[in-house]
Design a protein around this ligand. Structure first.
Ligand SMILES: [Zn+2]
Length: 159
């Protein structure tokens, strides 16, 4: 039809309301009280204040070492012996997600890239992300079983 152009600018242009709403959702998802807050800040799943790990994931000597108890609310981080074996499944899922992300990106944007190079890049990415994913899988696993305590979180907000 002449004269009827799809208004792409309206759909994809910088729409301030859209940005505002997206920002609002992102802030809500990652704000205190959300499991994402505990996971990405690597804080206690219950009070979201105390540190979960003894050190940074890339401090390889102590990578993934967890405190026995939360330094703030004294929550026992390992409810039972071998609790964190289950984190292996999370780690596996993260590895698969990484592989799929790269595989889709290669197929969409770098179709002509040699398969050997694709494999090399994925292997390097897996090695580089391994310490982070190892820690991440533990804190995700803990968050699957330990509920955030809104009373603890809201009482700390007032401080
Ligand atoms: Zn705590």
């Amino acid at each position: 039809m002449p004269g009827v152009k799809p208004d792409i600018n309206h759909l994809f242009g910088p729409d301030i309301h859209c940005i505002f709403v997206t920002q609002h959702i992102v802030m809500a998802v990652f704000s205190k009280g959300s499991k994402f807050y505990s996971i990405f800040k690597m804080r206690c799943p219950r009070c979201q204040e105390g540190d979960f790990f003894k050190s940074h994931p890339y401090n390889l000597k102590k990578a993934g070492d967890i405190y026995k108890n939360c330094p703030k609310c004294d929550l026992k981080y390992s409810p039972e012996p071998g609790f964190y074996f289950g984190a292996l499944f999370v780690s596996y899922a993260l590895g698969v997600a990484l592989f799929v992300t790269f595989w889709v990106a290669f197929n969409l944007f770098f179709e002509d890239m040699a398969v050997g190079l694709q494999i090399l890049i994925i292997v390097i990415a897996s090695i580089v992300t391994a310490p982070y994913f190892y820690s991440l899988s533990k804190i995700i696993w803990a968050n699957l079983f330990i509920k955030a305590d809104s009373d603890l979180i809201s009482s700390q907000k007032k401080d």
